[in-house]
Design a protein. Sequence first.
Length: 145
Amino acid sequence: MPKALIVYATRTGETERIAELIAEGLRFTGVEVDLKKAGDVKNASEMEPYDALIVGSATYHGDMMQGMKTFLFLAEKAGLEGKIGGAFGAFGWSGEAPDRIFNTMKNIFKMKMVGSALRLKSSSLGGGVQMAQSYGKEISGLLAK
């Protein structure tokens, strides 16, 4: 059974909710999923047992949260090249964080990324439930190949 790790940084709980919905989408298709807050991952070896890494952060003042930046520096040492990846996040105004995470994972970590980052506006998260679950299913499709 494939395993996925979802790591997130949240400010108001919206990004955490998106992480849970992506996890549901993955579980619907038989993927084992663990969720962790970015600050709870202490070393790169914690990422090794996973086939996929999905990373998310809220956008705050036009950037990802500091805890996510710290996590990405740690993840750079994890040997993620060729693993499946996805990026997501909630935002209120501008929403840059998910795209920055996606580009880091694709271009620096050399991961095999799902089509694009999932960006959901905080005030409309109710309508994003299906989108987040579908994102998880899309990642699962890459794992099945």
